[in-house]
Ligand binder design. Structure first.
Ligand code: GTB
Length: 220
């Protein structure tokens, strides 16, 4: 495999979150910053995302994608795991601890994130439906159940399993989506966990990079 100097990621040309770092390129940027790997960014419009050229990179016509030499990846779990595996800094050396950190990545994506996405859908996409007000408390409760379990496991620890890992990065990024919902505020240790993650210099660099892209109007 030939590797180019810098990997390239695709991002929203103009993110609907207006620079709040809520789109999923944020976790990839953050992982790259944590390991000190410089990267290029290729902004993609909503229409270009659905065209054949982009679909060769991403079968579902979404962002982000990751290209490094002849390797192309989609799905942020796979991308962050690839970055964490190829560099030091995001996964422990001990094999068992490494496997547990990976389990937290999967937990973030397949156990914690789905009800949070469902909540966003319920609040935004379904708000005009006649059944929306009745359904919303059910969806909120599903999020609350996950947060309560996560909060119990985290307890007073700084991170989920020892030192900061890709599992914490993924979990914190997933939880960030909730900061304006009020739900995260019900769990003081999770709120502190997200604040601790956002205080990391790598997070700040990644956040600023995506924010400045939005404020420059998507043109790099
Ligand atoms: N499972 C995939 C992954 O983890 O990589 C999900 C990728 C995904 O959902 N990508 C979204 C996308 O490309 C952007 S992040 N959507 C366009 C489409 O499907 O046509 C989701 C997102 C979008 C907007 C906000 N926001 O405005 O706050 C937050 C998150």
């Amino acid at each position: 495999m030939t590797l180019q100097a810098k990997p390239t990621i695709t991002v929203f040309e103009r993110s609907p979150d207006e620079g709040k770092g809520l789109a999923r390129d944020m976790r990839v940027r953050w992982a790259l910053e944590e390991v000190g790997q410089p990267y290029e960014v290729r902004p993609v419009s909503f229409s270009a995302m659905k065209e054949a050229a982009h679909r060769t990179l991403h079968p579902f016509g979404q962002i982000p994608t990751y290209e490094d030499g002849d390797l192309t990846l989609f799905e942020t779990g796979a991308i962050v795991l690839h970055i964490a595996t190829r560099h030091t800094g995001l996964l422990p050396n001990d094999a068992a601890a490494r496997a547990r950190a990976t389990a937290w990545m999967f937990a973030a994506l397949s156990t914690v994130e789905p009800p949070i996405i469902e909540l966003t859908n319920a609040r935004i996409l379904e708000s005009d439906k006649p059944w929306s007000a009745e359904r919303l408390p059910l969806v909120e409760e599903r999020v609350r159940v996950r947060l309560a379990d996560l909060s119990r496991r985290l307890g007073n620890a700084n991170w989920l399993d020892g030192g900061f890992s890709a599992g914490d990065l993924m979990t914190a990024d997933v939880l960030r989506r909730l900061t304006r919902s009020g739900l995260l505020g019900e769990f003081a240790n999770l709120e502190a966990f997200v604040a601790r993650a956002e205080a990391r210099p790598a997070f700040k660099r990644a956040f600023e990079a995506q924010r400045s892209l939005f404020h420059r109007g998507g043109i790099v």
